[in-house]
Design a protein around this ligand. Sequence first.
Ligand code: ATP
Length: 295
Amino acid sequence: MIQITMPLNFLGTVYREIRQALIDMADMFHLLEQPAEVKDKPDAPDLQVSGGRVSLQNVAFGYEAERAILKGIDLEVAPGQTVAIVGSSGSGKSTIGRLLFRFYDVSSGALLIDGQDVRDVTQDSLHAQIGVVPQDTVLFNDTVHYNIAYGRPTASEAEIIAAAKAAKIHDFIASLPLGYQTTVGERGLKLSGGEKQRVGIARTLLKNPPILLLDEATSALDTDTERDIQAELKAMGEGRTVITIAHRLSTIADADRIIVLENGAIVEQGQHAELLAQGGRYAQLWNRQSDDALE
Ligand code: ATP
């Protein structure tokens, strides 16, 4: 029996490792890949950000021509404002984030940053102005130093340490025998979900972008860690324009504005208390999540 189960266990481990590596690669491509159809215009200027106003003007979009995903979205995010996008799974929340990053072009309408259409500026300059904190931070198989410095490769050692301190990960890194030279990622030290998120926050702090796109974590962090990470994300949002794609409503109750998306259209918007009082779709989502939490 032992002879049979051991190889099976071993195969199971190998399978899981290969599967995880493939998932990591998919995440990385998801983050870095530029679909071939999106190209800079000849002589496109760089994006010039003054305040970080994001405007979606009657934006329609579909991944395939025959299936509309976003249908006439009008959304204005003022400089320094925090807007949360909520809605049921598949309603188009993440798609808005992908359009902001210009992974795809809108089918009609326009997406502007400080009055400049994202299609008219260089993608490099656009990406330099937007910090993305994804659900699961992708770590490269390299040192912690490299992983944080990826936010701004020219950063000095002191700046990297300052970013790590602000993300509350410095003490942990300093406690490792090789400190910032420790290799992390699949082939190195495996960090916990919270530690990875903090490396991601440090990376983004170092990049210091005026606009933040937060794809809120759905991965299971324990409640205390999650509360701490939320506090760090909130601090990072101070003085920046923040768009949060939210999967859980409890974390976005204090957003300046909440946008409720259903089937690619905005069906409600306002602040948490207003929306609850309206007793509409948001209230329904909120009550359902509260019920789930009690189960
Ligand atoms: P969730 O909360 O589940 O993450 P979401 O609101 O963020 O959902 P999106 O990821 O924006 O939803 O997806 C909206 C719709 O677009 C879904 O029906 C999805 O199947 C479809 N979609 C997403 N990505 C692609 C793609 N690359 N090609 C084709 N369809 C896609």
